[in-house]
Design a protein around this ligand. Structure first.
Ligand SMILES: Nc1ncnc2c1ncn2[C@@H]1O[C@H](COP(=O)(O)OP(=O)(O)O)[C@@H](O)[C@H]1O
Ligand SMILES: [Mg+2]
Length: 322
């Protein structure tokens, strides 16, 4: 569905040369490579997280995949089309939602933007009505239809952006930071909605985000880039396994205080928290089985729960490593 080989984007760096007063000679001095020989292969219906620190080249990649930017080098195809040729059918097959750019007419009621998009994409009236009413209900936007674009809250705006993006039922959705700045509830609503369109309509989604809850809840697969190059491509659980060297373990015991007293001198263990019936520790993954055996020898353990280390920590570590 989405395919790229050796995808590269260079931007020229201009420097002002010396000139007569008031006159600048602008010369192209060098090039900056924002995306470097990137290979991608994403199947229909996948929901992939596309992560990387600021400036890694995520937005530039999404712009090339959606046909906004022309690659400097490399092959690229999305649903069988070459994006930068911008064929009419290609534009119907994809949608691109950017947090920092709006599709809404700011001075018109949002329902006018919806109607406009429905018309330029020739969506039949009955289909249009069905989809819009479903999405409006899903996002609880019924009383916002008459609101001017510029008067929407950030959460409402993002929901309206998604409605715009899906009016013509694209096959591929590129999302650039759709949950940035949203409160927890709005972010959750956006996630639930994305799950629905991915599962029910098989929409292929490539999602850029800094919100690790998005990744954990939505994406089986994660691609990480840094300085324009791919540094990880695999399942999200693999990412945790590879880079999460810590393991958290919760022991359910009769007497947590006693266990804490016993563990306090052990340098391999950090006590994370405790309740009236449990103690949660953190330790190196490699030493976990030894620690569990020791504890089970010392006290009666009623139950054990395992937790993976926090994905945000893991990704942060990966960024620092590269
Ligand atoms: N039009 C442009 N001209 C020059 N440099 C650009 C342009 N667009 C992006 N860049 C640079 O390319 C790099 C990658 O940018 P971007 O793709 O926006 O990163 P990300 O979305 O991962 O934060 C950044 O260093 C950015 O400054
Ligand atoms: Mg970006």
């Amino acid at each position: 569905m989405i395919f790229a080989k050796d995808l590269t984007k260079e931007f020229p760096i201009f420097k002002r040369g010396k000139g007569f007063p008031g006159v600048f000679f602008i010369k192209e001095r060098s090039k900056f490579t924002a995306v470097k020989s990137l290979d991608l292969s994403i199947e229909k219906g996948e929901f992939v997280a596309f992560l990387g620190p600021n400036g890694a080249g995520k937005t530039t990649t999404l712009k090339m995949l959606s046909g906004v930017l022309h690659p400097t080098e490399g092959e690229i195809s999305v649903n069988g089309f070459v994006p930068y040729e911008r064929k009419k059918q290609f534009k119907r097959d994809i949608s691109f939602v950017m947090a920092q750019k709006t599709q809404l007419f700011l001075e018109l009621p949002v329902k006018d933007t919806f109607t406009f998009i429905g018309e330029i994409y020739d969506v039949p009236k009955s289909e249009y009505d069905k989809r819009i009413s479903h999405m409006i209900e899903r996002f609880d936007l019924g009383d916002k239809l008459e609101t001017l674009g510029r008067k929407l809250s950030l959460g409402q705006r993002m929901k309206c952006e998604l409605v715009c993006a899906l009016i013509y039922q694209p096959k591929v959705l590129f999302l650039d930071e759709p949950t940035i700045g949203l409160d927890i509830n709005s972010a959750k609503e956006v996630r639930n909605f994305l799950t629905e369109i991915n599962k029910e309509f098989g929409v292929t989604i490539l999602l850029t985000t800094h919100n690790m809850s998005d990744v954990e809840e939505l994406c089986n697969r994660t691609i990480v880039i840094n300085k324009g190059e791919k540094v990880f491509d695999g399942s999200t659980s693999e990412l945790k396994k590879l880079f999460g060297t810590k393991r958290e373990i919760e022991f359910v015991v009769e007497n947590p205080k006693q266990l804490i007293a016993q563990l306090q001198s052990n340098k391999d263990i950090v006590i994370m928290n405790s309740t009236e019936s449990s103690v949660r520790i953190s330790c190196e993954r490699s030493g976990a089985s030894k620690i569990i055996a020791e504890i089970m020898n010392q006290v009666e353990v009623l139950d054990i729960n395992f937790y993976d280390a926090d994905l945000a920590d893991i990704v942060g570590k990966l960024y620092r490593q590269v």
